[in-house]
Write a protein that binds this ligand. Sequence first.
Ligand SMILES: *Cc1c(COP(=O)(O)O)cnc(C)c1O
Length: 241
Amino acid sequence: MEEAASAQLIGANLAAVQGRITAAARAAGRPADAVTLVAVSKTHPAAAVRAALLAGQRVFGENRVQEALAKYPALRREYPHLALHLIGPLQTNKVRDAVAQFDVIETVDRPHLAEVLAREMARAGRRLPCFIEVNTGEEPQKAGILPAAADAFIVLCRDRLQLPIEGLMCIPPEHEEPAPYFALLREIARRNGLEKLSMGMSADFETAIRFGATHVRVGTAIFGARRTILPIAVTGGRGPC
Ligand SMILES: *Cc1c(COP(=O)(O)O)cnc(C)c1O
């Protein structure tokens, strides 16, 4: 695994990822600006985000409300035009902070959350563009609406709750070929008239672009490995990594 990156390396990594995005878009016959790079800064310090901002990056992703609250208000004062996407599960008791702090919510994944979000956006007078997260691999441990329930959920969010739903988001199963899951997400979006697709991470963003990704969420390839130990199952006495 790559090490956490220095400021200089972050600039070089960003340029390399942006170059690969442009090449993948061209190869798919799409304009380079059809794909937005969301730089995923979770677990990395504000200094790493600042290095990316200095290199011209403006769109970032965080998966926890509390971490974003600790890191981003100061950065926003320096860079008022940065855009922050929530890409992790949202608990309803964090909706107020999330609506105040984020610019895009990518993880609308259940009716109760959608209702609370709609109410809070109305109260705060802040209509944030939203993506609906689809559990394309139907993994029990993963967030997201199941594919079979997606159409009805989109209707609920968009028509009844009047949420500004712009697209769909997915995280395919980790050790599988992602292409069929990207294709599934694209098909659900197509039949519901949704234009944006947030899919593709460090390991597979070029494939996602081939399948129509408009947003790729890239962390490791920009900022290096995350040091934080995530709670993953350890088997046979071997540690993570
Ligand atoms: C961490 C994370 C990413 C970035 O993953 P990398 O493999 O580091 O690029 C993308 N999407 C979500 C939802 C994440 O939680």
